[in-house]
Ligand binder design. Structure first.
Ligand code: CMX
Length: 140
């Protein structure tokens, strides 16, 4: 079951410049920075009342985020829902005919399992499902 919105992912050209904007203009404080090698991104997180903003900077020209920036420029990249059972959530989505980008969860930022649904199956919004790592979920 989806329990809440976990984060909004925003593609940016410069993590440092964008962190500066969120801190200086909006008065938020960057909670956490992390490079996710498997996804070829560098991230910075802001906690806004329990919902996070995840800034995404590409670490390689062949990163999906670099491709997104080339095509669209900076902006909203994905919407992430927290689920209390990500495998069941993926099975439900697949059963409903949704195209999965990950058949099983993979390791994402913030010590979470993540899996993506293709934006062509989700009415235009790249959708992430995520859940904290527990002993009942594992990488495939
Ligand atoms: N939101 C909405 N639509 C998107 C999109 C996005 N973020 N990224 C791509 N698209 C659209 C493209 O515009 C394109 O549409 P058209 O065919 O109408 O032009 C279509 O989806 C296919 O795009 P593509 O260029 O052929 O495919 P890409 O190689 O860019 O891959 C996607 C797109 C979604 C499959 C790829 O980005 C992906 O696998 N994403 C999941 C992983 C990810 O995004 N990781 C980075 C974040 C990691 C993190 O949060 O830590």
């Amino acid at each position: 079951m989806i329990t809440h919105i976990d984060h909004l992912g925003i593609a940016v050209r410069s993590l440092d410049e964008t962190v500066d904007y969120y801190e200086r203009v909006l008065g938020l404080k960057c909670a956490h920075r992390e490079e996710v090698t498997a996804q070829k991104v560098r991230t910075a997180f802001f906690d806004v009342g329990g919902v996070h903003i995840e800034l995404l900077e590409a670490t390689s020209p062949d990163s999906t985020v670099a491709k997104f920036l080339d095509k669209n420029g900076e902006g909203l990249h994905h919407l992430a829902f927290a689920s209390d059972d990500i495998e069941a959530q993926l099975a439900q989505a697949a059963g409903a005919g949704c195209r999965l980008l990950n058949e099983h969860p993979v390791e994402g930022a913030g010590g979470k399992w993540v899996a993506f649904l293709h934006p062509k199956s989700t009415h235009g919004v790249l959708t992430e499902l995520c859940s904290p790592k527990t002993e009942s979920t594992s990488a495939h």
